[in-house]
Design a protein around this ligand. Structure first.
Ligand code: UT7
Length: 331
């Protein structure tokens, strides 16, 4: 069985920059609170009518060009998002149509902030099994259209941004660069700690006026619980994935975590006992883009020269479900 490797990276951020000052005009919040509690200074919002697949297509084309491939080379798509344009079908099929590659299989992954790690793991599995040779893995979100911008929703509305990242996964040499190991976890006992309840198949018509009035179509979070579990699970899963491939933290060049909150990223560095610069963070400029945050951050880190040939890189995520996971890569 050959190893799989990432051969191309791409990202796309919408043009519109939304500062904390802009959010101050919509709800009872302040730039000082947002910066102190989250580290976020600005995020991007997609223009009206621009969908998750639109952002994804841009990132995907960039990743394919980076890999020296064209859409015609793609033989499978794995698309991680919680912000599909439609309840169904998923974004994977829409992206396949957009790229003009009829018949190519497409899998949607609905694992929120951990979605990209799950999607990358599936791509690695099908490539190593010899099933596919050029898999496009995308994380993309338009979260801004589903947030409560009144004071009621301020805890979450200030966190999120829109964007897309993509990678191309292809077979690589057994002992060269590639995906060394991954681990995936979930704990549904915490489903209600970070949830968007509506629309719901439990309800006739999927949503009622009462649910809209109560804001159940907006995400809801027990922030402190999420924070507490995230700061424990991130270091744990990073050590776990390194143990699985027989490496140690000392050998790691860069950790690229899901961008949840700068304080979480800082706490992860502290608990791992590594300098803060070893944990890449771009949340200050992008906010939390859920499934898109890791591929966006990885592409930026590579472009900044923070990741290069031979480096050991660890990707890690934690989010709704709860779900969490990590992947170790030799670059
Ligand atoms: O990708 C995974 C998704 N989520 C996360 O990773 C987020 C994890 N959690 C967090 O990042 C933090 O819990 C938050 C940033 C969401 C909140 O920070 P916190 O330090 O845990 O604050 P808190 O929830 O304990 O709230 C402190 C106060 C509350 O007011 P009172 O009750 O003390 O009067 C909140 O109502 O801050 C208030 N607050 C705000 N104030 C101004 C909550 N959101 C805001 C806001 N602006 N946007």
């Amino acid at each position: 069985m050959s190893r799989s490797r990432i051969t191309g990276l791409g990202l796309h951020l919408p043009e519109r920059v939304v500062t904390n000052a802009e959010l101050e005009r919509l709800m009872d919040t302040s730039d000082a609170w947002i910066v102190e509690r989250t580290g976020i200074r600005e995020r991007r919002f997609a223009a009206p009518g621009v969908g998750t697949t639109d952002l994804a297509a841009e990132a995907a084309r960039m990743a394919l060009a980076d890999a020296g491939r064209s859409p015609a080379d793609v033989d499978f798509i794995v698309f991680a998002t919680i912000t599909r344009e439609h309840a169904f079908p998923g974004c994977g099929s829409l992206l396949q149509e957009r790229l003009g590659i009829p018949g190519v299989g497409a899998l949607d992954v609905h694992n929120a902030c951990s979605g990209f790690i799950y999607a990358l793991a599936m791509a690695d599995a099908v490539v190593r099994a010899g099933q596919y040779r050029c898999v496009l893995v995308v994380g993309a979100e338009v979260l801004s259209t589903g947030l409560d911008f009144s004071t009621r929703g301020r805890d979450l509305a200030v966190l999120f941004g829109d964007g897309a990242g993509a990678v191309v996964v292809e077979p690589g040499p057994d002992d060269g660069p590639g995906v060394l190991a991954w681990v995936l976890h979930s704990d549904g006992a915490h489903a209600k700690d970070l949830v968007c309840e509506a629309p719901s198949s439990l309800v006739q018509g999927r949503i009622t006026q009462q649910m809209v009035t109560a804001g159940q179509h907006y995400p809801r979070m027990n922030g402190r619980q999420v924070f507490k579990h995230a700061t424990t699970r991130f270091p744990e899963v990073i050590h776990e994935v390194l143990g699985k491939c027989g490496h140690t933290l000392d050998e790691v060049k860069l950790v690229v975590p899901h961008q949840a909150n700068q304080r979480i990223g800082d706490a992860v560095a502290e608990r791992l006992g590594v300098p803060p610069q070893k944990v890449f963070q771009n949340i200050q400029r992008c906010g939390n883009t859920t499934a898109a945050s890791i591929p966006i951050a990885l592409a930026e880190a590579r472009d900044l020269g923070l990741v290069g040939p031979g480096d050991l890189v660890v990707l890690a995520a934690f989010g709704s479900g709860f779900t969490w996971g990590a992947a170790a890569l030799r670059w």
